[in-house]
Every structure is written in structure tokens, then in C-alpha cells.
Design a binder for this molecule. Structure first.
Ligand code: ATP
Ligand code: MG
Length: 671
């Protein structure tokens, strides 16, 4: 691979890498940082992994408010961990009550921006201070109780991105009910399957939600979900007793008497005082079904104390959150990022968290930048898929707005190709803002590998170094560590507080999926390599590393090379069985506005990849597409592309596919 320019840094990372570019933390940032140098980070990190009990005992005391102290910091019987055994606390208390009686009480907890009704019209806006949010959570918690929900019951939350989504989550946490948020874009079938899997007693939904000017009929989908039957004719969602309906769009909905009640009417029946339930540190907090880019969604279980400590600390250190920040994580609350970094992490820190209801390009592709400008957002956390879309739409959109309030940028969800990283850095961050590329999963609960801004020099495309208490390692087929700069499987060798505690109702799948690769270690499913500075480069899922004529090629690498071509907007690379090479490379490519997908461009792209990586990585086949199939969280579904590439019929689970017509088009694309 060609070498690019490099810059040296004070911190001792000066090596010339394949990727070359190293960005030192900006001076101003470094001065203020909580952890001021790499050596300080290393010292704390060493303590966190060598003496985890001491480290976490201290942090748990410092960061959280407990009702009762724990007997033991960690009880570890692989693959089951218990953190802060015997301790008691409440998540909603730590996110709300603890800030009352401090200056934070009257600060904005949630700033909400609604989708504008039409171009030119401003979006609706609402601000809830900590005091107001506390009051509303207590009230709604009383509504839950009034409708028969108690400790340990499962509650499905199927709402648009409105403050009530956070209120419902916190109200569940307050009384010890276990929430399972289902993204508002999911179908009735997906809702029914999730209800069935966790045997939920209640569904909280809305008459509708706004999305790109249209009304999404959520209540209608719930009605349909509650009618669905399995193949034996048994109602799938038979466990549901009550449905609470929020009025959002004022659409006509049917209310089934005895089962369905209105949120606003219920509020009138309750008062505003509701003490926070004393919860065991290991009491379940939520179940979240994974996004499903690799198969049938799994109900990932998170518990109370360890999870909250993980999200609180990562928000504090990775986002360097300050009292005067306006922090915006663009994820929907339906994903783990929305749980950990829209709701629980920021609120536990007493921060101001911004929630946006709509799409990034409605009514126009500058919607996000308008919001940054309007609220003087200081920290922005989004996904590579969004960044690539912004690149495709063009620089003119962000350029229309004042983005100078931004001081820190973050990404999560997929490997970020260096091209998109650079664009984010230059066009959005004005070369002023560090980027934290955060690697983690639904299963890990909190950020695991990420730079600390102001401390860690960054390299575009690398999530850099592990967070406190995280012990990642790259291993080969036999579970042996591989040498530096060699690809392998990413595992985590020690338990960490925010780790998943299981798959709801399926201990076998839990052991099989995560704990059967290397004894006693958590298997992430991701492929990775570590460079000579110890930086981690996650290249995607392990099944996305191909063997082409004996060469191990990460699909992410080829994708990154393709996207570095000026005419390419997005690319997905998959393998197809090949008699000669073992596997052949098939690339699905969307071009930027104005570029023509011609046979000439196809040849140009093949040579471009050969030049960037080497001739063995030249795609055997390049297919132009209007769009790529994505999960509803925006990740490319390579599993489906693989089937298309090898000419198979698309089967398997497509419930998480965002737009089915994309598949139909791709199948008709053969040429
Ligand atoms: P499923 O597990 O249902 O197939 P999913 O893995 O996409 O879905 P998530 O838990 O939301 O669901 O995503 C975690 C995965 O996203 C990681 O395992 C990794 O593959 C990818 N990922 C997340 N952040 C990064 C990052 N910063 N760099 C590289 N990859 C990332
Ligand atoms: Mg996953």
C-alpha cells in the first residue's frame, strides 16, 4: 500500500504507517483535557486492567449515587459476570434526581427539534430542564404503575424521536420495568416478534410520527402486530395487556377499549411524586434487539450498575463533556447508540442532549447543519453512512451554515473510510475538531475502543486505543495472538462493567455466539489488526474478510479504495465463490451526482483499486447501483449482497432491511 505523508507528534507516535496521516490533538484541547497526556492515559489504563477491582470500585463510588454499597466489585464465572454485587441504585435517579438541588436542575436536559412541516418553515422546538424532565418521568412512571406495570415486567417502546421516548425509558427504569425500544421504522411483524420474544406486557406508542413530511402510522402497526399469528394460529403478541398511545400527529386511530389508553389522559389521573425504586446492581435495565445485519436479531440484555457506569464514564472521557456543551448524537433511540449516548450517558453527566425527530435531508440536505447552527451544537456524534451521504450531496450544504460552534466530532457504526474521515474533519470540523472514531457494539453497551480527545493522536480510519478496563486482542484461527499489522479476529479478554449479561431467553445462543471462539474470552465477530503503535483498525465483520487466491483481503479495504475515487459515493464489496481463486471480489458501487456509470468508469475503478491496494484486490466484477441495501440503522447488508453476487435468490431475514425495492433493483441490474 502506498505511503502517504506523515506528521510527528509530541506524544511519541511518529511512525510512518501505511495510512500515514497522524493528527495530534489540538493545543487548545490538550490544555483543557481531563486526561492530559498519553502517559497519563496509559497509567490509568494499566491500573484498570491490572487491578480492575480497585479501579472500578473507586470509579463507581465517584461517578454514581448508590442506595446501598456492594459486597463485591466483580464476580466472574465465564461467561457470566456480576458487577457491584449486592449494590443498589436506580438509573433514573442517577440521571435526574441527583441533579436536583444543584445548578444543573434548571439547565436544559433535552433540547428537542421536530421535523419541519415544509421547506422554509422552522421545526417545532421544545426544551426540558432537568427539573421538568424529572417531573414528567415521575408522572409517567405513575401512569405505568396505574396500568399494571411493575418491577421486572417488559415494556415495548415504539415511538418516534420525541422527548417522550426518553421519558418512557426513564420511567421504566424508575420503577424497575425492563424496556425494549423498537425502532419506529420496523414493521408490524418485527414488533410482534419482539413482543413475543420478551413476552412484553405493555406497548407504548404514538398515533403517528413524522418522517420526511409523511405520517408514519405507528399505532396502526401496533394494532396489526397484536393481531398477528404464528404458523400454528397462536397470537404472537398475546402477552400484551395495555397499549399507551401518545398523541403526536393527531391522526385518526382506533382505540380498543380496555386495552388502549391515551398518554395525556392518563397523566391527569396521577400525581408527580414517584420515588425511584431501589434496584439491584444486576437487575435488568433493558433488552435491545441487535440491528440484524448478520442474521436474526438477538435480544441483548443489559443490567443496571455496570451499564450506567460504562456509559457515564465513556461520555465523560470520550466526549469530554462539559457543563456548557450542546451535545448532539444523531442516532435514533431505537439503536444502542440512542440508549447509551442520547439518553443515559449524557443525562447521567448532567449534560444537554439534543434530539432531532426527522431525516438529515428533509426538507433539504442541509437540515443537520441548520440545527448545528441554530443551537450552537458543540459536540456531534454520527455514523459513517451519514457522513458518506453528506459527501455525496456536496459541500455547498454545510457551507451555508455557521458550524464554528463545533469543537468535537464522533463516529460510530461501521469502519469509517479515511476519505470520509478527512471530509468530516475538513468540511464539518474546519480542521479544528478532533474526531473520535468509537468502536463498540450493542453487546458491549458502551464505547470500547476510541481516542480520548485532547490526548490520543488520531489516524483516519482507526478507532485507536482501548478505553479503561477493556482488553482487546487480535487472534488467529487457533486463538493465538497475531503479530502486529496482521489481520485476525478481535476478542476481549476480560469482563467489563457494561458488557451484555446474555441473550434474552437463549443462554445457548449467548455461549455459542460470543464465548465459543477462544476460551474465557468474548468474541466480537469483527476482523481487526493492530499497528505498530498498538492502534486498532477494525475492518468489519470477520465473515467480510475474503480469501482471494490466497490473499486475505478485507472488504472494507477495497471499499475504502473505491470510495477514494472522486466519482464514487458509496461502495460495498462482497465475495463470490470462484473455482480458480477461491473467492472473487464483487463490488457494488453508487456514483456521485453528475458522474455516469459507464463501462469506462468500471475499468478506471478496477485500475484505481489495483493502484491503491495491489492487483490482487482488483474487483472481478463491478456493478453500478442506484442505492445499496441497508439496515434501518444505515449499515450495508453485505449478507444480502453476497446472495445477489452469487446469483442466489435472496432469502434469510430481511426484516431489518430499510428499503426492499433496492434489492429488486439490484437483482435486475445483472449485465
Ligand atoms: P447484528 O449484530 O445484528 O448483525 P450489528 O453488528 O450491525 O448487527 P451493532 O451492535 O449496532 O449491530 O453494531 C456493532 C458493529 O458495528 C461492530 O461489531 C462493528 O462491526 C461495527 N462498528 C461499530 N463501530 C465501529 C467503528 N468505529 N469502526 C469499525 N466498525 C464499527
Ligand atoms: Mg453485531
Amino acid at each position: 500500500m502506498k505511503k502517504k505523508t506523515t506528521s510527528s507528534s509530541k506524544s511519541g507516535i511518529t511512525s510512518v504507517l501505511q495510512e500515514g496521516r497522524v493528527f495530534s490533538p489540538p493545543e487548545s484541547f490538550a490544555k483543557e483535557a481531563r486526561i492530559k497526556s498519553l502517559s497519563k492515559y496509559r497509567k490509568l489504563y494499566r491500573e484498570s486492567i491490572n487491578e480492575p477491582e480497585r479501579f472500578w470500585d473507586r470509579e463507581a463510588r465517584e461517578e454514581l449515587v448508590w442506595f446501598k454499597e456492594w459486597r463485591k466489585v466483580l464476580q466472574w464465572k465465564a461467561p457470566y459476570a456480576k458487577w457491584f454485587v449486592g449494590g443498589q441504585l436506580n438509573v433514573s435517579y442517577n440521571c435526574l434526581d441527583r441533579h436536583l438541588g444543584t445548578p444543573t436542575a434548571n439547565k436544559a436536559a433535552i433540547i428537542w427539534e421536530g421535523e419541519p412541516a415544509e421547506p422554509g418553515k422552522p421545526g417545532e422546538e421544545r426544551t426540558l430542564t432537568y427539573h421538568q424532565l424529572h417531573r414528567q418521568v415521575c408522572q409517567f412512571a405513575n401512569v405505568l404503575k396505574r396500568n399494571g406495570v411493575s418491577k421486572g415486567d417488559r415494556v415495548i417502546i415504539y415511538l418516534p424521536m420525541v422527548p417522550e421516548a426518553a421519558i418512557a425509558m426513564l420511567a421504566c427504569a424508575r420503577i424497575g420495568a425492563i424496556h425494549s425500544v423498537v425502532f419506529g421504522g420496523f414493521s408490524a411483524q418485527s414488533v410482534a416478534e419482539r413482543i413475543h420474544d420478551c413476552q412484553a406486557k405493555m406497548v407504548i406508542t404514538a398515533d403517528g410520527g413524522f418522517r420526511r413530511g409523511e405520517v408514519v402510522a405507528l399505532k396502526e402497526k401496533v394494532d396489526e402486530a397484536l393481531e398477528l399469528e404464528d404458523t400454528n394460529g397462536t397470537t404472537l403478541a398475546g402477552s400484551v395487556e395495555k397499549v399507551i398511545v401518545l398523541q403526536r400527529t393527531a391522526s385518526d386511530v382506533e382505540m380498543q377499549s380496555g386495552r388502549d389508553v391515551w398518554w395525556h389522559e392518563e397523566l391527569r389521573q396521577v400525581d408527580t411524586s414517584c420515588p425511584a425504586e431501589k434496584m439491584d446492581s444486576e437487575a435488568p435495565l433493558y433488552i435491545l434487539y441487535t440491528s440484524g445485519s448478520t442474521g436474526k436479531p438477538k435480544g441483548i440484555l443489559h443490567t443496571t450498575g455496570g451499564y450506567l457506569l460504562g456509559v457515564k464514564m465513556t461520555t465523560k472521557y470520550v466526549f469530554d463533556i462539559r457543563d456548557d456543551d450542546v451535545y448532539w448524537c444523531t442516532a435514533d433511540v431505537g439503536w444502542v447508540t440512542g440508549h447509551s449516548y442520547v439518553v443515559y450517558g449524557p443525562l447521567a453527566n448532567g449534560a444537554t442532549t439534543l434530539m432531532y425527530e426527522g431525516a438529515p435531508n428533509f426538507p433539504e440536505p442541509d437540515r443537520f447543519w441548520q440545527i448545528v447552527d441554530k443551537y450552537s451544537v458543540t459536540i456531534m456524534y454520527t455514523a459513517p453512512t451519514a457522513i458518506r451521504a453528506f459527501m455525496k450531496w456536496g459541500d455547498q450544504w454545510p457551507k451555508r451554515h455557521d458550524l464554528s460552534s463545533l469543537r468535537l466530532l464522533g463516529t460510530v457504526g461501521e469502519p469509517i473510510n479515511p476519505e470520509a474521515w478527512m471530509w468530516y474533519y475538513e468540511v464539518i470540523g474546519g480542521k479544528r475538531c478532533p474526531i473520535v472514531d468509537t468502536w463498540w457494539q450493542t453487546e458491549t453497551g458502551a464505547i470500547m475502543i476510541s481516542p480520548l480527545p485532547g490526548t490520543t493522536p488520531t489516524k483516519p480510519g482507526s478507532a485507536t486505543l482501548p478505553f479503561f478496563g477493556v482488553v482487546p486482542e487480535v487472534v488467529d484461527e487457533d486463538g493465538k495472538p497475531v503479530p502486529k499489522n496482521t489481520g485476525g479476529k478481535l476478542i476481549i479478554k476480560q469482563p467489563w462493567p457494561s458488557m451484555l449479561r446474555g441473550i434474552w431467553g437463549d443462554p445457548e445462543r449467548y455461549k455459542q455466539t460470543y464465548w465459543s471462539e477462544v476460551k474465557g474470552c468474548y468474541f466480537t465477530g469483527d476482523g481487526c489488526r493492530q499497528d505498530e503503535d498498538g492502534y486498532f483498525w477494525v475492518v468489519g465483520r470477520i465473515d467480510d474478510v475474503l480469501n482471494v487466491s490466497g490473499h486475505r483481503i478485507g472488504t472494507a479495504e477495497v471499499e475504502s479504495a473505491l470510495v477514494s475515487h472522486s466519482k464514487v459515493a458509496e461502495a460495498a464489496v462482497v465475495g463470490r465463490p470462484d473455482e480458480v481463486k477461491g473467492q472473487a471480489l464483487v463490488a457494488f458501487v453508487t456514483v456521485k451526482g453528475g458522474a455516469d456509470p459507464t463501462p469506462k468508469l468500471r475499468e478506471e475503478l478496477r485500475s484505481h483499486v489495483a493502484k491503491e491496494i495491489g492487483p490482487m484486490a482488483k474487483p472481478d466484477d463491478i456493478r453500478f447501483a442506484e442505492a445499496l441495501p441497508k439496515t434501518r440503522s444505515g449499515k450495508i447488508m453485505r449478507r444480502l449482497l453476497k446472495e445477489i453476487a452469487s446469483g442466489e435468490e435472496v432469502k434469510g431475514d430481511t426484516t431489518t432491511l430499510e428499503d426492499f425495492t433496492v434489492i429488486a433493483k439490484l437483482q435486475g441490474e445483472e449485465d
